[in-house]
Design a protein around this ligand. Structure first.
Ligand code: SF4
Length: 365
């Protein structure tokens, strides 16, 4: 992915700058905004940020961003009429947060909810997996010590909820320690419900606190659709997993992921969950996002997704469905969490200010 670059090592026509962002062909709606927001947070007032992009929309969008955030574009150059374009932006001494951040609809305040990818390997390889997980995927396991440090930062910042997802979390041998690190928070573990029936994974399950919610995937009332999307035999094991978890005293939430609107299929699933005694508030029906393995589904971008900050072993991301999308990467490491939330807040502030002023700063198509 495009990265902030060491200005001493990268040739640029802007002269001396404190940091340089080479955005490649990114525009503000496809990742450049996150890069420049992150880089600008590291500068002192008056220092210069150099920005390069081959995407023509930056000619209007970058000055608009600078205007909204109070920074000054002091130099603008083009290598040719077709670009690429270079900008030197002087960091403002004032706050770069114009207006109220939490002004829109049902937005969860940044800092309240956190996602953790426990690992990326999985016993399944579902056709729509946004994380590109499979039995062959590199595990990229989250370290319990990093989780402990992250949650220690998270709680005083107003942290309330943490969701553990993957990959299949029960393939992480230290899942119990990861979840225990979040004690005191509202904790949910997302699982396909297939591999914790016996052995050491059963031990991990039984040792989890009973205030941990298990969100188990079940795409249909009968095996056909679920097995087509997730693999032969997966439906019956998931159903067994739901029953086992409930018999052990866990609250179980059932989540279905669907490509198409299928009212009859959804109705049949609701009837089955009624019969199983799963409360209506413990049912999640969500569309496939066109991310990872999914070649069709809901298109997601910086301006169409409300942020749900997400940590992986090797970075931080705007949303859990976008952890294979380099344009929605916030940071190259999960810590410090203050940096992750800071980039998200600053980006939201620009989005809100742009919406209020009627300007289109983010082009997603
Ligand atoms: S969607 Fe879930 S169960 Fe399926 S491959 Fe991805 S992580 Fe595994």
């Amino acid at each position: 992915m495009a990265q902030p670059t060491d200005p001493d090592r990268a040739p640029n026509p802007l002269g001396e700058v404190a940091a340089l962002v080479d955005g490649g062909d990114m525009d503000c709606g496809s990742g450049l905004l996150l890069l420049i927001t992150r880089a600008m947070r590291r500068l002192e007032p008056g220092q210069l940020l150099g920005v390069r992009s081959a995407e023509v929309s930056v000619v209007t969008d970058l000055p608009a961003w600078a205007d909204l955030t109070g920074h000054d574009v002091v130099t603008e150059l083009a290598e040719s009429a077709q670009g690429p374009w270079w900008f030197a932006v002087s960091k403002s001494g004032a706050s770069t947060r114009p207006g109220t951040v939490f002004s829109q609809g049902q937005r969860t305040p940044v800092g309240r909810r956190l996602w953790v990818y426990t690992n990326f390997n999985c016993n399944l390889a579902c056709s729509y997996c946004c994380a590109e997980s499979s039995p062959k995927a590199v595990a990229r396991r989250f370290d319990p010590a990093v989780a402990t440090a992250a949650f220690a930062e998270f709680r005083p910042q107003g942290g309330r909820e943490v969701f553990f997802t993957g990959g299949e979390p029960f393939m992480h041998p230290e899942l119990g320690a990861l979840v225990a690190a979040g004690t005191g928070l509202d904790r949910t573990v997302l699982t396909n419900g297939m591999i914790f029936h016996r052995g050491t994974r059963r031990d991990i399950l039984e040792n989890l606190d009973r205030d941990v919610v298990l969100q188990i995937s079940l795409d249909s009332a009968t095996p056909e659709l679920h097995d087509r999307q997730r693999g032969a035999g997966s439906w019956s094991k998931a159903v067994d997993g739901i029953e086992l978890a409930r018999s052990l005293g866990f609250r179980v939430r059932v989540a279905a992921t669907l490509y198409d609107e299928d009212p009859q299929g959804v109705e049949a699933l609701h009837r089955r969950l009624d019969d199983a005694g799963i409360a209506s508030e413990d049912r999640v029906i969500r569309p496939v996002a066109q991310e990872g393995f999914a070649t069709e589904g809901l298109h997601v971008s910086l301006d169409s997704l409300e942020p749900e900050p997400t940590l992986t072993a090797d970075g931080a991301w705007w949303h859990p469905v976008a952890v294979t999308n380099p344009h929605l990467r916030i940071a190259d490491a999960p810590l410090p969490l203050s940096e992750v939330f800071g980039v998200v807040r600053d980006t939201l502030a620009v989005q809100d200010a742009a919406a209020r002023s009627g300007r289109e700063v983010f082009r997603c198509a």
